[in-house]
Ligand binder design. Sequence first.
Ligand code: GDP
Length: 192
Amino acid sequence: VDFLKGVVAMSGLPPDDRAEVCFAGRSNVGKSTLINALTGRKALARASNTPGRTQEINYFTLGKSHYLVDLPGYGYANAPLAVVRKWQALLKTYLSGRASLRRAFVLVDARHGIKPVDEEIMALLDRAAVPFQCVLTKTDKIGAGSRDTVLAQVRDRLAPHPAAYPELILTSSEKGEGLATLRATIAALGAE
Ligand code: GDP
């Protein structure tokens, strides 16, 4: 995996000649940590973006056949409205205009389940007809009981979304849970 570039406008996207997957999630969901754990490199994805800063779509090359796309985190409590709007516009354009985008992974903190801001992204993915799969993060932070509760909540919330895959991927970057599954899922998408 190598960092390719940060993109702030559609005109900056690399040619769509590779299978592409993107990672979306609320700020602090553990997205950078997961991307780093997945790729086995430290400090590849930048640690949590600071709200208010220019929000970039970060492109990583994954082998010779894939791009891994790190979308800026959403749901900052104090993000200026102008920043939120700009980000929404870029995201909408990206999701609806990227032919090589095979799947979006929507990261959800296993402790919190699906929140209204996640629903917004999922609705956007539905409208753009981008298939998406929910990835639970930080599963090491919850016990078996809460795991069942959160799984039920997440399945319930995903059901009405036409673009959602029913299968969830449970991950812990800390313990390594689910990383092999996620890697294999991404690799299989290239074969389509
Ligand atoms: P981002 O804003 O989505 O990129 O989130 P980060 O990757 O920066 O993670 C936010 C916080 O959650 C950091 O303090 C991480 O150390 C912590 N974190 C991320 N993944 C895990 C995990 O799998 N288990 C635990 N226990 N903590 C995690």
